[in-house]
Ligand binder design. Structure first.
Ligand SMILES: Nc1ncnc2c1ncn2[C@@H]1O[C@H](COP(=O)(O)OP(=O)(O)O)[C@@H](O)[C@H]1O
Ligand SMILES: [Mg+2]
Length: 269
């Protein structure tokens, strides 16, 4: 057990991923090495199609690498999936349409027979601002609201690892900032590690301990930028106006654009 506790949250070693398509081979990921420590917040950023979602799917054992290995808390990706060691919130909310908002959020708790579900679900719905929508069905919600349900569900069991693929993409700017602040708070509280995909440099900078900058296909790690935000400062809203914040944004932007004439699909505002 101590092994599991001291093991990194995620270790990706020498990973390659090639898809066979009718048009031929698509080399999505090449020579990916990445370690995410327990409790660490790591963002992946890079142009569309550079393999960010593919890498997340490999970590979540939704697909297998062509070469290399992925481990989660020292276990195989498959074992970690079976043990449900992580919460997932991906681009598609992936809600069950026949279950209410509350039933969707409570699903992981229900599957594991956790006691005191109603109170936990109420707490989660409050956190994502959906208390009044507990009895609604997913198709009665906007895309952003569906996404918040998915985020609440991913947090239901206070997982020690969260895999989030553009979870805030469908949210308006104000809700997005609120969810970011909330996520930081949750991570501080639970000590969860997070692997987070985003198109937004400011979002990556605000949230992360390290930002992994990927190159266009085949996706490689171009640079890993440590965030040197003022360590004495908590990640509060004031940080968004701090000099170190703008310096980090510049550092990530330069890493992204380094060597490539254009980097499409990445917000730099
Ligand atoms: N199941 C699949 N079959 C074939 N090609 C795929 C599959 N999944 C992803 N790809 C291709 O792999 C590349 C990386 O995709 P993806 O990981 O979705 O990129 P990103 O999330 O960075 O935008 C793209 O060229 C995409 O078309
Ligand atoms: Mg993607």
């Amino acid at each position: 057990m101590s092994d599991t506790l001291s093991a990194p949250a995620v270790t990706v070693a020498g990973v390659d991923k090639t898809f066979e398509t009718r048009e031929g081979l698509v080399h999505a990921l090449e020579a990916i090495d990445l370690e995410v420590k327990a409790g660490e917040f790591v963002s992946l950023i890079g142009p569309s199609g550079c393999g960010k979602s593919t890498l997340m799917r490999l970590i979540a054992d939704l697909d297998q690498p062509t070469a290399g290995t992925v481990s989660v808390f020292g276990k195989t990706a498959k074992q970690a999936r079976l043990d449900q060691d992580y919460g997932i919130a991906f681009q598609q909310a992936g809600l069950l349409p026949w279950r209410t908002v509350a039933q969707n959020v409570g699903l992981p708790l229900e599957l594991h027979g956790v006691a005191g579900r109603a109170a936990r679900v109420a707490e989660l719905l409050d956190m994502v601002g959906l208390t009044d929508f507990a009895g609604r069905y997913p198709d009665q919600l906007s895309g952003g609201m569906q996404q918040r349900v998915a985020i609440a569900r991913s947090l239901a069991e206070k997982p020690s690892l969260l895999l989030m693929d553009e979870p805030f993409g469908a949210l308006d700017e104000m809700t997005r900032e609120r969810m970011q602040t909330e996520l930081v708070r949750i991570c501080a509280e639970t000590g969860a590690a997070v692997v987070f995909v985003t198109h937004s440099i400011p979002e990556a900078v605000y949230l992360s301990d390290r930002v992994v900058v990927m190159s266009p296909r085949p996706g490689r790690i171009r640079e890993i930028v440590p965030m040197r935000l003022d360590q004495t400062q908590d990640r509060t809203d004031a940080l968004r106006e701090d000099t170190s914040y703008f310096e980090m944004i510049t550092a990530v932007r330069e890493a992204l654009h380094g060597g490539a004439p254009t980097t499409r699909g990445v917000e730099t505002r």
